[in-house]
Design a binder for this molecule. Structure first.
Ligand SMILES: [Zn+2]
Length: 358
């Protein structure tokens, strides 16, 4: 049997499981998430966040990228939910001009100070190059990994118990493991292969650290799961009324992420990540399937900064594709029960459990 497509979204059976009724696992997941995060729960969580942060400078931590989802999250946290977030930004040296502008506007409008973390550029770029050299599709996970590590480390340092995350399953969806796989051990092995056995100095978020922070009571919360916020409306609002700068494509706040998503993945691996975002929008009724298919046909014009990244790495990009199974990895399935428990505690998202432990 050849590849089939889900009856509802744009996912195909080569990367996700599709059941006998023709519906994919991510569409099932979407319904489950809608049920699992009732609006009524949010007030209780907000109460807990405020209680945990009493008499402290901050009661939560938010990482911002200069993109619209994290900006909206911060906006709501400060202006609507009355939170006192510590705001951090991980600067991986590839911020787009728009992102820089938006971060400045957030500081100005919300009266907050963004703490910037600059990663060691040489080592970070070596990690990025290692992934290109390895010929695996996970070329942008260093960004997410370092960011996650920084957030937990900072929360721990300042005694903050809650990290707020701007992910929204209704607009962003989940990426199939076949397309993106996150794992600190794997990252280290990819790096060692490229850097002749050397160990990376940039922070990786190991499973051991995850457990440590769990035991210290640090929790990650995704407020948009409980609160159905119209992120499209908020994006236009921030642009039209507050002067935020738009970037044309999703994740255009970062040139390297754009290079991976719009150049490396489609051209080398035949992966179009727009399918993930558009599928999420179909599931939540923001777009029809036909409109989504139409959008996929749109041609993409990338900024020169992104083209430059592709050109300066051409010798690495052109290397052969390899299977990530050739690299050392965690066996998350072995820790299934532990991860299930962490999921129940709200430490790891349900999607993580579902994707990595089944
Ligand atoms: Zn589907």
């Amino acid at each position: 049997m050849g590849t089939v497509q889900c009856d509802i979204c744009l996912m195909t059976s080569d990367v996700v499981r599709i059941n006998d009724s023709g519906v994919c696992e991510f569409c099932d997941l979407h319904l489950k998430l809608e049920d699992s995060y009732p609006k009524g729960e949010w007030d209780k969580i907000l109460f807990k966040i405020k209680r945990a942060g009493r008499k402290k400078d901050y009661n939560c931590l938010i990482g911002i990228s200069g993109g619209f989802d994290s900006s909206t999250l911060l906006w709501f946290a400060v202006n609507k939910w009355g939170l006192r977030p510590m705001v951090i930004h991980f600067d991986n040296h590839y911020n787009s001009r728009e992102a820089e502008h938006n971060i400045r506007l957030l500081e100005k409008n919300l009266g907050i100070e963004v703490v910037r973390f600059h990663v060691d550029k040489i080592d970070y770029d070596r990690m990025n190059k290692a992934f290109l050299w390895a010929g695996v599709p996970d070329a942008d996970i260093p960004n997410d990994m370092v960011m996650t590590s920084l957030m937990y480390e900072t929360a721990n340092k300042y005694g903050i118990k809650y990290i707020l995350n701007g992910h929204d399953f209704r607009t962003e969806g989940s990426t199939p493991v076949a397309w993106t796989y996150m794992d600190a051990k794997y990252m280290e092995d990819v790096y060692k292969n490229y850097a002749l056995g050397r160990t990376p100095t940039i922070p990786l978020f190991t499973f051991r650290e995850q457990i440590y922070y769990t035991l210290k009571g640090i929790r990650q919360v995704r407020p948009f799961y409980y609160n159905k916020i119209n992120l499209d409306f908020w994006k236009s609002n921030l642009i039209n009324n507050y002067g935020f700068h738009d970037y044309k494509y999703k994740h255009g706040e970062n040139y390297y992420t754009m290079f991976v998503g719009y150049k490396l993945l489609p051209e080398k691996f035949g992966i179009d990540k727009r399918i993930v975002y558009l599928s999420a929008r179909i599931r939540s009724g923001k777009i029809t399937r036909a409109q989504a298919i139409e959008k996929l046909r749109e041609e993409i014009t990338l900024p020169s900064e992104v083209i430059n990244i592709a050109e300066s790495n051409k010798h690495l990009v052109d290397r052969r594709v390899r299977d990530r199974l050739e690299f050392n990895r965690y066996n998350f399935k072995r820790y299934r029960i532990l991860i299930w428990l962490m999921m129940k505690l709200g430490v790891v998202p349900y999607t993580f459990y579902k994707k990595y432990c089944r």
